[in-house]
Design a protein around this ligand. Structure first.
Ligand SMILES: C[S@@+](CC[C@H](N)C(=O)[O-])C[C@H]1O[C@@H](n2cnc3c(N)ncnc32)[C@H](O)[C@@H]1O
Length: 261
């Protein structure tokens, strides 16, 4: 049987850290995303699925032509923060994006997934519900960890070993990840899009070197030392790897634009 997302893990990880939740967006990373997107396009009524506090959706709105931005997140506290920003033509809604009844059919022109799909061990239900909410010829934009990247394959394996020895709650306690997380490979995305009549229009694989600020370094010195050493060695090795391997295996972010057919 396919593994489903355990909702409690998501709420626990993100609400535990809500006060320190990283709001600052790395400009280099953001510009790489912006360069991928078409600035002359009308994006219409947009949904940012798994929007957190809306930091990315709201910033996209500053540069791109959005008619209205809805944000949806399973964490009520994230949505409270989103709505407290009081930006015109935006609305945050608390809800689970696997629930098909959350929105009416064909409500959105565009759906954006930024850093959220890897929180679903199985993508089928989340793509099915989003596709229902998308208008005919609507657009999906995906910016996610690249599951083919060697860097991410290694860090996921380390996480799996940690979970095996320390238990599932260890990851959440140290604000590393939720046990739901899987960095999906391109082949997985391709199959699921094919199944749901979504056509890939554009793909780009980039490197994001923004550090993850969620780690609770002060409280766990052994863990932070391990991460620091691993990070240092990896960066050294990575420079060498980039000389020989294609981006697919060395860069950690995959961006895709899809159309509903
Ligand atoms: C890594 S954060 C990314 C937030 C935002 N997209 C960003 O890039 O800043 C993942 C977010 O997805 C939300 N989330 C996880 N599972 C969800 C679900 N089933 N439905 C809606 N939101 C969900 C979490 O609460 C969290 O805010």
């Amino acid at each position: 049987m396919k593994k489903r997302q355990i909702k409690e893990f998501e709420i626990e990880l993100f609400e535990k850290n809500i006060d320190n939740y990283e709001e600052k967006i790395d400009e280099v990373y953001f510009n790489k995303i912006l360069n991928f997107l078409d600035k002359n396009q009308k994006y219409g009524v947009v949904l940012e699925a798994g929007c957190g506090t809306g930091s990315y959706g709201l910033k996209f709105m500053e540069y791109l032509n959005f008619e209205y931005l809805f944000g949806v997140d399973i964490s009520k506290k994230m949505i409270e923060k989103f709505n407290s920003k009081n930006v015109k033509n935006t609305k945050g809604i608390a809800g689970d994006i696997e629930e098909e009844e959350l929105f009416t059919n064909e409500k959105f022109d565009t759906i954006i997934f930024h850093n959220i799909l890897h929180h679903f061990p199985d993508l089928n239900q989340v793509i099915k519900s989003s596709n229902k909410w998308l208008k005919k010829k609507g657009k999906i934009i995906i910016i996610e960890p690249n599951g083919d990247s060697l860097q991410l394959i290694i860090s996921s394996s380390i996480r799996k070993i940690m979970t095996l020895f320390m238990g599932k709650n260890y990851l959440i306690k140290n604000q590393i990840a939720t046990p739901n997380e899987i960095n999906h490979k391109y082949s997985k995305y391709k199959n699921i899009f094919f199944k749901h009549d979504l056509k890939i229009i554009k793909i780009k694989i980039i490197e994001n070197i923004t550090k993850n600020k969620l780690y609770n370094f002060k409280e766990n010195k052994l863990f932070s030392l391990t991460i620091f050493t691993y990070g240092f060695l990896w960066r050294l090795f990575y420079k060498l790897l980039c000389l020989f391997l294609p981006n697919k295996y060395t860069h950690n972010i995959i961006m895709m634009e899809l159309n509903k057919i």
